[in-house]
Design a protein around this ligand. Structure first.
Ligand code: GLC
Length: 433
């Protein structure tokens, strides 16, 4: 019954089983607290931006607590910004001074994070920015903070980008040799020319060779698709695709990443926080189309998760505690089962169970076309209470044939309680024959 999905080079088995991960954007921009792109948006010089480097002191940083919050929310892996576009490194890289050890933090912040998440059996992913606004040989482009500075553009012409490429390779090597098994690398990103300034892509990064090196170091690793040469995982950002993501007409392994609100880095004033209900529905939606959800937290400059993020994580965890069975190991339902209005289906091939997620609780009945004769038992997932059902055409008792309500012989009709169970999204577990 399963779908044919383009095979990945790296190991994606854990990934398509786990479905739900935590993205972490943490760096100097956390102090600016107004978006991780602030250096570029405000066209700040390295000197001006250095005020954050001097003040980065996450005294409340507690990676064990971070890992616990993520794990309790039902997340199974994490992906952290080892370096974002600003160029600042969370680990003690031998190849730069622009790193956490040289800030008031005075220590490697990545290692304890990796240890803490691994301790909770979570897989390890590194986001690594291809873009770098600090390196002395990174050249001007349409994203660069100094893109409008004639002096910088002139200076940039003297830069030797191959030295930056070496740095990218060198740092990748550090990340893949000094932290044990890394399950995923998330490179970010390639982009086209704009306003007479050249873009950057595979030739600049040396993508083909970079991937060869990575595979030589850790062959199982899952790679995202932003190096401009394809990848194991396709990564739509900040939207939910309308169906299973395809590349070249074929279904692929995919993951969509999202913020809780409009910024990846900690943003004090941004206020479009999604509700727990919306977030739970996003997760369900994604799994019902065969994908993964990577949900982002931007910790504060003191090293804590934003209290609004904690609130959402706990809410998701409440739901996951009773409903994760409809997420882990699940994927899109086979097409012979029709999804009724206001619902989402997920399916676990191993256990042969179908999960009906009810977004809008109806009055008493849900009619499931294509399900008659296929279901052995049904229950609400939150409390394992039986849901009784009838199959095929059910007479209304008034006038034969007058009131079929669209039911045909393939229809299975669930008899629901009038009152909705007190959970974000109720799920009915259908044990298939
Ligand atoms: C975009 C942004 C970046 C963020 C990323 C997450 O590429 O540039 O700030 O890290 O999306 O996927």
């Amino acid at each position: 019954m399963s779908y044919e999905v383009v095979r990945t080079t790296g190991d994606s088995e854990w990934f398509t089983n786990d479905r739900f991960g935590l993205f972490i954007h943490w760096g100097l921009y956390s102090l600016g607290a107004r978006h991780e792109w602030l250096q570029s948006r405000e066209r700040m010089s390295p000197e001006a931006y250095s005020k954050y480097f001097k003040r980065f002191e996450p005294d409340l940083y507690d990676p064990e607590l971070w890992a616990k919050l993520a794990s309790d929310a039902g997340m199974k892996y994490f992906v952290v910004t080892t370096k974002h576009h600003e160029g600042f490194c969370l680990w003690d890289s031998k190849l730069t001074d622009y790193k956490a050890t040289n800030t008031p933090a005075g220590r490697d912040l990545l290692r304890p994070m990796v240890d803490a998440f691994r301790h909770r059996n979570m897989k390890v992913g590194f986001y690594h920015s291809l873009i770098d606004w600090h390196h002395p040989h990174y050249t001007v482009d349409p994203k660069h903070p100094l893109r409008f500075e004639p002096n910088f553009i002139a200076e940039s012409a003297q830069r030797d980008f191959s030295l930056y490429r070496e740095y990218l390779f060198g740092q990748t090597k550090e990340l893949l040799t000094e932290f044990g098994k890394v399950d995923m690398m998330f490179y970010d990103f390639s982009f086209p020319a704009e306003n007479d300034l050249p873009g950057k892509g595979k030739a600049d990064w040396g993508s083909e060779e970079l991937v060869r090196m990575i595979r030589g170091l850790q062959s199982h690793i899952l790679l995202n698709d932003r190096l401009q040469i394809g990848g194991d995982i396709t990564t739509p950002e900040q939207y939910i695709p309308s169906k299973w993501v395809q590349v070249g007409g074929k279904r692929v392994v995919w993951e969509t990443c999202h913020t809780f609100s409009g910024s990846w880095g900690y943003h004090r004033e941004e206020d479009t926080w999604k509700s727990v209900d919306v977030l739970v529905k996003m997760l369900i939606d994604v799994v019902s189309k065969g994908g993964n959800l990577l949900l982002n937290v931007g910790p504060t400059g003191r090293g804590e998760f934003d209290e609004r993020a904690i609130d959402r994580l706990k809410g998701i965890g409440e739901w996951m505690k009773r409903h994760s069975r409809s997420i882990y190991g699940c994927t899109q339902a086979p097409e012979s089962f029709e999804c009724p209005p206001d619902c989402r289906l997920t399916y676990n091939e191993q256990t042969n169970r179908m999960y009906l997620h009810v977004y809008s609780w109806p009055f008493k009945n849900i009619h499931l076309r294509g399900f008659a004769g296929k279901v052995e038992y049904a229950q609400l997932l939150n409390d394992a209470s039986e849901i009784r059902f009838k199959e095929g055409f059910v007479s209304s008792g008034i006038e034969e044939g007058a009131f079929r309500e669209g039911r045909d012989d393939t229809t299975l009709t669930l008899s629901l309680p009038v009152k909705q169970p007190n959970v974000a999204v109720p799920v009915i577990e259908l044990f298939l024959k």
